[in-house]
Design a protein around this ligand. Sequence first.
Ligand code: LRH
Ligand code: MN
Length: 427
Amino acid sequence: MILDKSLLDQHNSQGNALHQKKYGLLASVLQDEGHNVNTILERLAAFQVAIPSWALGTGGTRFGRFAGGGEPRSLEEKIEDVGLLHALNQSSGAISLHIPWDIPQNPKAIQQLAASFELKFDAVNSNTFQDQENQDYSYKFGSLSHTDKAVRDQAIAHNVEVIRHGVELGSKSLTIWLSDGTDFPGQQNFRRSFARTLDSFEQIYAQLPADWKVFIEYKPYEPHFYSTVVADWGSSLLFCQKLGEKALGLVDLGHHLPNTNIEQIVSRFLMEGKLGGFHFNDSKYGDDDLTVGAMRPYQLFLIFNELVDGMTSSEIKNPELSWMIDASHNIKDPLEDLMQSVEAIMIAYAQALIINRPALEKAQLQNDATLAQEILQNAYRTDVRPLLAEARFKAGAALNPVGFYREQKIRKELIKQRGEKTYSTGL
Ligand code: LRH
Ligand code: MN
């Protein structure tokens, strides 16, 4: 669905007066506090979040799936939907594919279609957590860690195939989320399954083009419920350190046991120069894959505090980060959910950019916890949304993306074009 720019201009002109009032006040307060507002706007404009190709339809659970209608039926329609998102917020300039859910039949044409929407391809994701039609060996008892070399070789070949698809699209990284694990004590030997997995990772690592990275995503449980080979940040970092400089950790916010201090894990990865990127989402209990910032926006702010601290510190040598969403939409319109997630990520980033870091460091050196919290929460309690709206306005996007999407009844239009009962590959 191609967006009619004049409708966007109309939407912005209707909202501009109120926006300028809010933005004007915030910008003058931030200036008084010593912040360079133009630098902040530049950083926000440069911050691009990759949209997962597997989260453009309605997700579900084992208990059911309630289709929303107008879902993309092909990779081409998925790229159109991400193109629409990017036109509305100018912060979603990349798409992350999952293979084999989204195999590009004609990579050149797919790359051109994406380019026509100013979209790049971020990490490509492999999948050895499901058995495909006419697959020789099952992954029931694992893939890269399997006791049978033939199964490991099949999984290695799949990852090499995914790299090939990525190269054709201009992607520069492979994400491996290895679901391998056990459901019962004694089912496997932890040391041996680690060693087999490392050997498999090494064979995949050897096939990476010179300028590529591999992201090792960890997860404590599901689909296995006793042990997971890459269960936590320590296991991911261990594999990354043993593999080499192209191997980096991937932090999926939903992949932590309750009350885990994720911001501290982020600072550890940064300290080692081993942070590759994120799968942003939110959760209250398990890997719920909910809208970013829907449950724990303060945790997200604290994570971005560590990121901005690391990204602005000369002590930290960490490669450029990949910012990706990984969510599943059971009840919300997928596009509205994704727009809200991008907004929540940008809010946390903007709030972290206005923290008075010299004052915070001074308070920390004086062990003044009260002052440190005052400084942090002054930023967290600042409504930075006018900054984001100004960045969008300057980039030719919508002042209020979800508002515009609803005003124009875009979902209704997509249902008219695609039908009520369309199904989009993915989760
Ligand atoms: C696993 C995960 C992984 C993806 C999948 C869609 O829970 O986070 O990143 O491959 O979701
Ligand atoms: Mn993930």
